[in-house]
Design a protein around this ligand. Sequence first.
Ligand SMILES: [Zn+2]
Length: 716
Amino acid sequence: MDTIIAPASDANSNPANFPASSGAIPFAVPTSRWDDSAAAQLSPPELLLYRSNLLGSDLTVTNFGGGNTSAKLEEVDPLTGETVEVLWVKGSGGDIGSMKLDGFATLYQQKLLGLERHYAGPEDDDKMVGYLPHCTFNLNGRAASIDTPLHSLLPFAHVDHVHPDAIIALAASSGGEEATKAIWGGKIGWLPWKRPGYTLGVQLRDFVAANPGVEGVMLAGHGIICWADSAKSCYEHTIDLIADAAAYLNSKLAEKPAFGGAVTHPADDRAAIAADLMPRLRGLMTGARRKVGHFSDDAEALEFVNSADFQRLADLGTSCPDHFLRTKIAPLTLDPARLQDGAYLAGKIADYRDLYAAYYDRCKRPNSPAMRDANPVVVLVPGVGRITFATDKTTARLAGEFYGNAINVMRGAEAIGDYIALDEQEAFDIEYWLLEEAKLQRMPAPKPLVGRVALVTGGAGGIGAATAARLMADGACVVLADRDGNVVEEVRAGFAKQFGKDVVRAVTCDVTDEAQVADAFALAAREFGGLDILVANAGIASSAPIEETTVELWDRNYDVLAQGYFLTSRAAWPLLKGMKEQGGTSVVFIGSKNGVAAATNASAYASAKAAANHLARCLALEGAPHGIRVNVVNPDAVIKGSRIWDGDWRKERAGAHGIDTGKELEEHYRQRSMLKRDVLPADIAEAVYFLAGDQSAKSTGNMINVDAGNAQAFTR
Ligand SMILES: [Zn+2]
């Protein structure tokens, strides 16, 4: 598919060779990136930040958002002027790789230690979290995380806690404790699984007291915590421990193929299979919110789904809490031979929801929050790869990446023993933790178009780009389709900076070319999982008296404005109609005042626009049973920012009106309007936005004129 310009995802980027010639995919072995000259000028808190950013930005060290770091520093108390010990510890939320100084919570260390008088045992873990804000130093508004006691109760100046794949692989293996001894002797301890909280902090402190000289502790099913006397030595200690674990696992992985070896051959057309499958799965995932999909067939995903041990390990579920909170406790697996069987897919999704509900019922406590969305997050297909669904693209991508981490963990864990998934009740207690629920409840309501996917033809032009921006501003993912590949890529790059690279894709698409149109919608399906909104906007304009209108000019108008709208609608249809259960979908045609009102010397253009308007009404009728709404926005005289008005059309219209092509033309159109106002691309975008979203859920077959008032174009 060479028309795809900027998929900006890992789809197809890393195809695995089959059979794997070098055996298992090895763990990355990190090395120190500490720069003494960069560190020389930094204050103690800045050194902590530097170390945290170094650790967090290295994906061999920690996954997104994972881990936390701390330093116990001397500060002057703003109230008493006395020097006090303050724990700087990564606060709740955020990512140590990209955090700034304001990402740290600061707490009086002595007050933290004094909290123990409120602690009687593990049942007090949740209660202890409530005391943390009372220890805040200097009115710092950053909330302390539940991991804070792990840092405060350890008597060391600098503490790192991370969850790199190579470490979790040890932590989640039946052979992990033995491997820990083999790698580090007695220098690194081992604590059995315990959910993070005050009790784990106490256990760590007691372990360290009973084992003087220990330099870190493996936390089973979770990660590692280690310490040192300075920021640099703590950082390098962490890196060394990860490197030790990775090197040890790699030596074991070299001995036998991963996951029992490959048994399934990867399909050649994985991306096309994903594009076909994802919208159908998405349509089956009914619930309160629509899903956005993410596909990957990277080497890790293929190694796993094609392996002998795939089904056994997939069924065990993920281990590290960081992983399963993103991926749900277990993935859905599909038989690649039955992907065309709709009843099979529907049954598999329904079974997954039933199993999830059963898990909820088995594990729920009297005060557990209500069951959340029961749809699968991770879908695995042998020969094809990994598909993830979430309510927004970034969450879907991250869920996929976290499952990639889980695959790495399973590979390493199985190389030294049996992989051990987290106990079901423990997993549930974390997933439905009341404190976690409170965090979810505090989150702002999602923007109205979150979970929706739009494709905008003519997406690089004035109205197209303004429409895309309007939709993305309210949470939609957008595919910009445009004939001009270079310009549309530029527009995409700009939007990626403004709205984030996850939510926008670009594709070269001439709407008169059936194959390119098909590719554009396949891209929407594969990159985002389907389609909710089609904005048919790609247009041209021409002006000529009837006697000078050539057949070529006539055809050109009808090819783009009538047939182009037909081709894009037809290609969108199967994707759109699959979303009826989720509340339906929307098609918006960008028409023209001239589709309603006659125009002098523009019969080809105006009659083609009229054809598109009537096509919209026909499709509104045909789409209604499928929940597809079809409406039209009729702009007029959108001169500023319009590419149509850049060229001959401007000269032709100026000529037709006997005026110059610059200010006079704009003034002419302004004065011609009833409201005497300019019409801008953003005005059209606002009308499209209204018709695209649920606020117009009861409207179809309509036209909205956005023309500053034109009596000739009044609809009736
Ligand atoms: Zn952790």
